[in-house]
Design a protein around this ligand. Structure first.
Ligand code: SAH
Length: 244
């Protein structure tokens, strides 16, 4: 073998191995993505439509948002299962059906401005952001806030504004809101949130003692009056306060 040929082989072989490894990796990634796509379709059909969710925008968003990208890598295999999943810091990403239900109940429309309290993984915010123009979401745990902000930015959700604060006070600067979604269970409805709800607006919030069964409540402002309706028993992580 000539010196030139030997040099060429020296570089071509490792290059070829890296190229083949990349091809194998790409094939396995796309197979995995196809697997998740299928699981997501099944999740929507079996857990969400079968339980009576019909709002077209909600169903479309639940089909689109890649829930497995919102859980820890080690938990991806159960991302589409019918239960909440821990996301660290003692918090959870809600069960898919609950996310869909809360989304449908507020009847989101394109032009709406929605406030979420309890960003967590950012999944509920992403589902909302697929439907409405602007989503404002507040998370009290700094680490979760930072992770969710990075995740939402990486996934291209430019219409979601994320803030690290105590959601009890809402986000006056951007209110009033067409809808408010609270994803942690409070002992009572925080008065600042009621003030930041528009006339005709809807707030969905779990109310009750931490670690017991709570009631999912719908709060509406109609003709300047606050109307409250109990919807169903639920279980959420507790609503925390910044000074506790
Ligand atoms: N919506 C989230 C899941 C929420 S779990 C998702 O889609 O993944 C409830 C979240 O509410 C937790 O991350 C918790 O840290 C947060 N939280 C609790 N009390 C809060 C408060 N007062 N203000 C803002 N966030 C709060």
């Amino acid at each position: 073998m000539t010196a030139t040929k030997m040099r060429r082989t020296k570089y071509i072989r490792p290059g070829l191995i890296i190229f083949c490894a990349c091809v194998v990796w790409c094939i396995s990634m796309s197979a995995q993505t196809r697997g998740f796509d299928q699981e997501r379709e099944q999740m929507v059909a079996q857990q969400i439509q079968r339980r009576g969710i019909t709002h077209a925008g909600t169903l479309k968003a639940m089909r689109k948002v890649e829930r497995h990208l919102f859980v820890q890598r080690a938990d991806r295999a159960m991302a589409y299962d019918d239960h909440p999943i821990p996301i660290g810091y003692g918090q959870t990403i809600s069960q898919p059906y609950i996310v869909a239900l809360m989304t449908e109940i507020i009847q989101p429309e394109k032009a709406h401005r929605v406030l979420e309290i309890g960003t967590g993984s950012g999944y509920q915010a992403a589902v909302l952001a697929e439907i409405v123009d602007s989503v404002y979401t507040i998370e009290i745990v700094k680490e979760l806030h930072m992770e969710a902000e990075h995740r939402l930015r990486t996934l291209g959700y430019g219409n979601v504004l994320v803030r690290n604060a105590d959601g009890y006070f809402g986000w006056d600067e951007y209110g009033p809101f067409d809808a408010i979604v609270v994803t942690a269970a409070a002992e009572y409805v925080p008065p600042p949130l009621i003030k930041q709800l528009k006339e005709g607006g809807k707030m969905i919030i779990p109310i009750g003692s931490p670690f017991l069964v709570q009631e999912l409540m719908l709060i509406e402002i109609k003709d300047g009056r606050v109307r409250t309706r109990k919807l169903m028993p639920v279980r959420f992580v507790p609503f925390k306060r910044a000074n506790q």
